[in-house]
Ligand binder design. Structure first.
Ligand code: IYT
Ligand code: CU
Ligand code: CU
Length: 316
């Protein structure tokens, strides 16, 4: 839609002294190959602490496969857009995912009174937008794409801060032909209470099902379970399950090595695998931690008690 491209130069729009919007759009790109990943960095337009309170996606359904929004201090590049298809091509430093849009999945809304804290003073100076262009046959007419996101921002401190807890495996090896390999990750939780409200799973093509749990007094409670072969958006989490000091958080990814002739390791290419379970949570702003992660291999003893559902592949 060419009119999408007209509005991309819109400067931050001020509605009143408290609220504004920021447009993050591709600058009229023409990907030439299917499965192109393009990234673009945008400086956070204010040095003051501000809060993302809503995301409005603008994506061409026939070409955009997914869009991810990251926040970080040092993007790989700040000049126009770049190809970010290879391993970790978004930020030089630690980046945190804040939003995922995937074709054919409903986008998640932040709950009321919840915002992602950004701003040059809160260690988040740049937004990086990543767009995966899937099938580029719709570009045969040489039109240019300006897909992206509009962020609704507030300057007023929000009562709750949104954050991401990432559980990931770093050491899984999948043997060729082996029908089932589990990647188990678990960590003790030792911070203030978090309220998970959405979750996202990520593997490459060998992943069958990914599940995340809270373990309290030996009892496993499901936070979310999904097939990583479905659109990798954030799906609603089981709202009853909150996590507090003394709990354990755990995730299992189930892989199949069928169809492979050599070992598969964790890595960045599509021949490698990943095992990720992301929880999007909110936390009281008084002691908010915007990003946490867990990379510890879960013990056999602990995972003896994982509910059977975690081993049941989800049909796609
Ligand atoms: C090795 C691996 O599992 N990489 C994942 C998780 C990851 C995300 C971020 C690792 C780091 C990060 O800074 I953000 I270090 C991974 O790359 N996942 C992809 C995207 O890069 C986010 C995904 O789609 O979940
Ligand atoms: Cu994609
Ligand atoms: Cu990956």
């Amino acid at each position: 839609n060419p009119s999408d491209c007209v509005s991309r130069v819109r400067p931050p729009q001020l509605f009143n002294s408290q609220n504004f919007t920021v447009d993050l759009r591709m600058p009229g790109v023409l990907p030439t190959e299917s499965d192109t990943y393009l990234c673009m960095a945008f400086p956070v337009p204010t040095s003051r602490d501000s809060y993302i309170v809503d995301f409005l996606p603008h994506a061409s359904m026939d070409t955009v496969h997914h869009m991810l929004l990251f926040g970080c201090q040092t993007p790989v590049s700040t000049s126009s857009y770049w190809d970010c298809g290879s391993v970790q091509g978004t930020c030089e430093d630690e980046s945190s995912i804040m939003y995922a849009w995937a074709r054919n999945a409903p986008p998640t809304k932040l709950p009321k009174d919840v915002g992602f804290k950004v701003g040059r003073n809160s260690g988040m100076s740049y937004f990086v937008l990543q767009i995966h262009y899937g099938d580029v046959s719709a570009f045969r007419d040489h039109h240019r794409d300006c897909s992206g996101l509009t962020l609704r921002m507030a300057l007023k401190p929000q009562p709750f801060i949104a954050g991401i807890y990432l559980l990931m495996s770093v050491d899984t090896v999948i043997l060729p032909g082996k029908k089932v390999t589990n990647a188990d990750v678990a960590c003790d939780y030792d911070s203030y209470p978090i309220y998970p409200f959405a979750f996202r799973t990520h593997t490459h093509s060998l992943g069958k099902v990914v599940s995340g749990y809270r373990i309290r007094d030996g009892k496993w409670s499901l936070i979310g379970r999904q097939s990583p072969q479905l659109p990798q958006a954030f799906y609603p989490a089981n709202k009853e399950v909150t996590v507090r000091y003394g709990d354990t958080v755990a995730a299992r990814c189930v892989f199949s090595g069928e169809g492979r002739i050599s070992k598969t390791y964790i890595g960045g290419t599509s021949n490698d695998e990943m095992c990720n379970f992301y929880m999007m949570y909110y936390m009281d702003s008084k002691h908010a931690v915007p990003f946490m992660s867990c990379m510890e291999t879960g013990s056999k003893e602990l995972f003896r008690h994982i509910p059977a559902e975690a081993n049941v592949p989800i049909a796609v």
